[in-house]
Design a protein around this ligand. Structure first.
Ligand SMILES: NC(=O)c1ccc[n+]([C@@H]2O[C@H](COP(=O)([O-])OP(=O)(O)OC[C@H]3O[C@@H](n4cnc5c(N)ncnc54)[C@H](OP(=O)(O)O)[C@@H]3O)[C@@H](O)[C@H]2O)c1
Length: 252
């Protein structure tokens, strides 16, 4: 807990122990941000803390986002650590391992959709509610990670596509409204991400097939992180409501 706000900006990365969240936290710290990293696994957070020992302003929050009032607790803790909050980047994801998320529609159930929706669009809305007052204090940025499935139709993506499209609607409408409080809101949409946990679970065959269609080659988490940090920084001060795909040219 600090009494004086830091002179540098503070970014909260939820899902910060994941492939993309970790890369964003590292990139933000390298660019001079103070970072607060949320994950649900204390051991993972401790290992991350050890690897970030060289960073003078990094802190960690352990919380399962499915618990009641998790968003309020995470945001309150993050703000208390450094006395301010300038950006919230949400990378929480179930990943394809939990539930049948990428199957044919006839093989899914309404429960699959409800569970995924709750940890994506509904969670992001809860996080936005919790973060709004802190972000409004200085004019901050809120970014949700979605998936290209919310923008581009494909087989086996009905559950992910529907939930992510809801998040896109939320982001775009909130962006127009929140601009009056100087809050900027965006979504970043990966498709297939090399060197991510999801890629491991997808298997090499699907990743190789996607790579053949991506003229710029598929991105790694380190290729995605600079976009998130840029959108939170002063160079993007007049940009809001954007849904930015970082997919190596797979979809356009
Ligand atoms: N990687 C891809 O190929 C890909 C493609 C399209 C879209 N995306 C999107 O990009 C974003 C980041 O993906 P990623 O690859 O970094 O995912 P990831 O590696 O699976 O990381 C997900 C993060 O969410 C956390 N999490 C999951 N359930 C949680 C819960 N109940 N409470 C608290 N934390 C929880 C995980 O914690 P643990 O570390 O404890 O599991 C981890 O920090 C996600 O929104 C994802 O849908 C990714």
């Amino acid at each position: 807990m600090v009494t004086e706000p830091l002179s540098r900006p503070v970014m909260l990365v939820t899902g910060g122990t994941g492939s993309v969240g970790e890369a964003i936290a590292r990139e933000a710290a390298a660019q001079g941000w103070a970072v607060v990293i949320q994950g649900r696994d204390a051991a993972k957070l401790a290992a991350f803390a050890t690897s970030l020992q060289h960073v003078t302003a990094a802190d960690f929050v352990a919380e399962d986002v499915t618990k009641a009032d998790a968003a309020a607790r995470i945001v309150a803790e993050a703000k208390a650590r450094f006395g301010r909050l300038d950006a919230v980047v949400d990378c929480v994801s179930t990943g394809p391992r939990e539930g049948r998320l990428t199957g044919l529609f006839k093989d899914t159930t309404p429960e699959h959709f409800t569970a995924f929706y709750d940890l994506s669009a509904a969670w992001f809305q809860r996080l936005a509610h919790a973060a709004y007052p802190a972000l409004a204090e200085r004019g901050g940025t809120l970014i949700g990670f979605i998936s290209d499935a919310g923008k581009f139709a494909a087989p086996r993506q009905t559950i992910i596509g529907a939930a992510r499209a809801a998040e896109i609607g939320f982001v775009r409408n909130l962006a127009v409204e929140a601009a009056r409080d100087l809050i900027r809101v965006h979504a970043i949409a990966p498709s297939y991400v090399l060197e991510s946990r999801t890629a491991e679970l997808m298997g090499s065959e699907r990743m190789e097939s996607a790579a053949k269609r991506a003229g710029l080659d598929l991105p790694t988490p380190a290729d995605i992180a600079p976009m998130a940090v840029f959108l939170c920084g002063p160079g993007a001060a007049k940009i809001t409501g954007q849904i930015v795909s970082v997919n190596g040219g797979l979809n356009a």
